[in-house]
Design a protein around this ligand. Structure first.
Ligand code: FAD
Length: 429
């Protein structure tokens, strides 16, 4: 079996440079025991551990690097409702499930807002997420966004901005209009993840860092093994997402790692901020491969986008992303770039997160297809439900069949893109 044995500190992101707490949980050594062992200290693992700790379970969370080291500590920080593939599940299940699907769609936002308040997590959480049309045809999507909200008596504010209003509020001609929802928003994801891990720890969860899990010995009480120790638990939750190589017999060729990249400018002057984003909202376009941006708390423009499945990061992330930024804001051509980084998102061909269990007591949940800040929080709750024996929401996801693409670690961009296109066309039929 391939093993992960490299332990790494955080990547050189804006987030790592501005953490509230530098975590230093111990390395797992010797024999430990818990009701539940969670593998992976990103949002999925931390949200699962925190939900279980709140329910009174004893939890051990084992992270190979640092809390939030993966996509959770590197992402665009855009808090966006929904779960990739959820509509597909709704269609399959029929109208009886409409309310449940709608509740799931917003549950992640609720959990994040509640936890930030309950545990006093300082993560620069701000309300407002704007979806922008880069083509005139995309403006029609806004009618759909409005009608679903009206149908469910959505209690939060939203607005449609026409081309002129979008131009005035964003200081760019690049877009044909926007839809803003104030229940969505943006935040410092690494500080959120670290704050939630601290909350779980304060409730008694054991946390281990720099402890890559090398394998799992299955049984009534599976044993989660690292180089220097192990945890025995009644249940295990695997939350390594695009970075995990565990359980290849069951999980390989299911989730495909794809690179996404962000650059962070120097802090912008008040004048520039008032020109390009005075309302301080998160912005994301409506394309298949999205570009997304927002301001940090210290008014840097964090601009991200692109997606590649080759496994090779570009030689210069700045050179890769800067032309995209300049297409929207040519006036920033002389701005200094202080940060550039990338991370792996977990793509699933049919876009539904891959959820299931191996040998009755080893659960897994991975593959958010690039949209995970809110969804991971819902799935943490869904995994905790399942461990506690409540399977209703878990079954919605676990019942979805997934196609495996054999040898996907070698086939590269085109074949994976083709696989996704196949599913997209099938959905349209
Ligand atoms: C650049 C970028 C921008 C993004 N922007 C957004 C955005 O703006 N909004 C949004 O909603 N989503 C965004 N996403 C997606 C989102 O970040 C992810 O979907 C989400 O963070 C996934 O969380 P996770 O906990 O499942 O995985 P991760 O955060 O990747 O965590 C997995 C963890 O498991 C650990 N691990 C793996 N294998 C082992 C092992 N064997 N032993 C121990 N530990 C192990 C890893 O070290 C890692 O810390 C973005 C992703 C990227 C990369």
């Amino acid at each position: 079996m391939r093993q992960r044995d490299q332990k790494q500190e955080h990547t050189g992101s804006y987030y790592a440079a501005t953490v509230n707490e530098v975590t230093d949980y111990p390395v797992l050594e010797g024999a430990k025991s818990a009701d539940v062992c969670v593998v992976g200290g990103g949002f999925t693992g931390v949200a699962t551990a925190l939900t279980l700790a709140e329910l009174g379970y004893s939890v051990a969370l084992v992270e190979g690097n640092r809390i939030g080291w993966g996509a959770s500590g590197r992402n665009g920080g855009q808090l966006i409702n929904g779960i990739s593939g959820l509509e597909k599940i709704g269609k399959k299940r029929g109208p009886d499930y409409n309310q449940m699907i709608w509740d799931l769609k917003w549950r992640g936002n609720d959990i994040v807002y509640d936890r930030v308040e309950k545990y006093g997590i300082e993560c620069d959480l701000k309300s407002g997420f704007l979806e922008v049309a880069t083509k005139p045809s995309q403006v029609s999507y806004f009618d759909e966004f409005i009608s679903e909200r009206e149908k469910h008596n959505f209690p939060y504010e939203y607005e449609v901005w026409d081309k002129e209003e979008t131009r005035t509020r964003l200081g760019t001609d690049a877009f044909y209009g926007g839809f803003i929802c104030y229940r969505d928003g943006h935040l410092h994801p690494l500080n959120l993840c670290i704050g939630e891990a601290r909350a779980a720890h304060n409730l008694g969860a054991q946390i281990f860092e720099q402890s890559p899990v090398t394998g799992i010995e299955h049984g009534d009480r599976p044993r989660v093994k690292t180089a220097n120790g192990y945890v025995e638990a009644d249940s295990v939750v695997l939350a390594g997402n695009a970075y995990s190589l565990l359980e290849p017999k069951y999980l390989s060729n299911l989730v495909f790692p794809a690179g996404s990249y962000i650059i962070g400018t120097e802090p912008l002057s008040e004048e520039v901020v008032s020109e390009i984003n005075p309302r301080d909202v998160a912005v994301c376009d409506l394309n298949e491969v999205v570009d997304y941006y927002r301001l940090s708390a210290d008014k840097r423009l964090l601009y991200g986008g692109a997606c590649n499945y080759s496994g090779r990061d570009p030689a210069s992330i700045k050179a890769y992303i800067m032309p995209r930024l300049l297409k929207v804001y040519p006036q920033l051509k002389d701005v200094r770039i202080d940060f550039e980084w990338g991370g792996k998102i977990g793509i699933v061909l049919n876009r539904v997160p891959a959820v299931g269990r191996i040998n009755k007591n080893v659960y897994y949940c991975q593959g958010y297809s690039g949209h995970g800040v809110a969804p991971t929080h819902v799935m943490g709750e869904v995994m905790a439900d399942a461990v506690a024996g409540t399977m209703e929401r878990y079954d919605l996801f676990a019942d979805v069949g997934h196609f495996r693409l054999p040898g996907s670690q070698w086939v590269g961009n085109q074949v994976i893109a083709l696989g996704m296109l196949y599913y997209k066309m099938r959905d349209k039929l």
